[in-house]
Write a protein that binds this ligand. Structure first.
Ligand code: AMP
Length: 219
C-alpha cells in the first residue's frame, strides 16, 4: 500500500460518497473528512461557524470558499490525517481545488474519485433519505424506524434533512452542475481523475474503487 493516500471524492449529492468513504476509511485506515458533516456538527453545537452557515445549508446553497478552505486546511493538519484523508464533499468549486493544491503542493492529491450516478436516481435517493439526528444513521422513508421517527441504533429522532426537501435538492443539483462538475476537468487535466459507476450494488462500487486504487499503485 502507498505510504500516503489523499483522495478527493466527487459525485452528485446522494451518489453514495459517504457510504463509500466509510468503507475506504476502515480499509485504508485514513480519516473520512466530510465538510458537510463538519458544518452540520457546527450547527448542532450552535458554534459561531454553525450560526453563520445554518441558513446557507438549509437553502441548499454553497458555503463561501474562504470558510471551507480554512476548515479543511485546519482539519488536514491534524495528526490523524498525516497518512492521508478521504475528502468527501470537498473540493466543491475550482477556487477550493486551487486553494487545496496551493496548500498541499502539486502532488498533494493522489486521486480524484468520481462516483457517477444518473440525476434521476439521486433525486429519488435524496427525497426518500431520512437521517438520525443523534448518530447520523440513514434510512429510506420506507423503513419502519424512519416512519415511526425513532432510530433503531440509538433511539434518536429520525428526520428529513432540510436540504433533502425538494426545492433544496433542485438547488444543490443545479450548483453541482455549475460549480462542481468543472472539477472533473480540473483533476482530469492533472491525470488524477478516475470514474466509477455508482449505479450498482454498494459492494460492487467498493470493489471497483479498490481496483482503481490498485491499478494506480495506491492500494
Ligand atoms: P453535503 O453533506 O456534502 O451534501 O453538504 C451539505 C451542505 O454543506 C452543502 O449543501 C453546502 O451547503 C455545505 N457544504 C459542504 N461542503 C461544502 C463545500 N466544500 N463548499 C461549499 N459548501 C459546502
Amino acid at each position: 500500500m502507498a505510504t500516503r493516500l489523499n483522495l478527493v471524492v466527487l459525485g452528485k449529492q446522494g451518489a453514495g460518497k459517504g457510504t463509500q468513504c466509510k468503507y475506504l476509511s476502515e480499509r485504508y485506515a485514513i480519516p473520512h473528512i466530510s465538510t458537510g458533516d463538519m458544518l452540520r456538527a457546527a450547527i448542532k453545537e450552535k458554534s459561531s461557524l454553525g450560526k453563520k452557515v445554518e441558513s446557507v445549508l438549509a437553502a441548499g446553497d454553497l458555503v463561501s470558499d474562504d470558510l471551507i478552505i480554512a476548515l479543511i486546511n485546519d482539519r488536514l493538519h491534524q495528526p490523524d490525517a498525516k497518512n492521508g484523508a478521504l475528502l468527501d464533499g470537498c473540493t466543491r468549486t475550482i477556487g477550493q481545488a486551487e486553494a487545496l493544491e496551493a496548500e498541499l503542493g502539486p502532488d498533494g492529491i493522489d486521486l480524484c474519485l468520481n462516483i457517477d450516478v444518473p440525476t434521476a436516481l439521486v433525486i429519488e435517493r435524496l427525497s426518500s433519505r431520512r437521517v438520525c439526528q443523534e448518530c447520523g444513521e440513514t434510512y429510506r422513508d420506507t423503513d419502519p424506524s424512519a416512519i415511526s421517527g425513532t432510530c433503531e441504533k440509538c433511539g434518536g429522532d429520525v428526520i428529513q434533512r432540510a436540504d433533502d426537501m425538494p426545492e433544496a435538492i433542485a438547488k444543490r443539483l443545479e450548483l453541482y452542475e455549475k460549480d462542481t462538475a468543472p472539477l472533473l476537468g480540473f483533476y482530469n487535466e492533472r491525470g488524477l481523475l478516475a470514474t466509477v459507476d455508482g449505479n450498482q450494488d454498494v459492494a460492487k462500487v467498493s470493489s471497483d474503487i479498490d481496483a482503481v486504487l490498485a491499478d494506480r499503485g495506491l492500494a
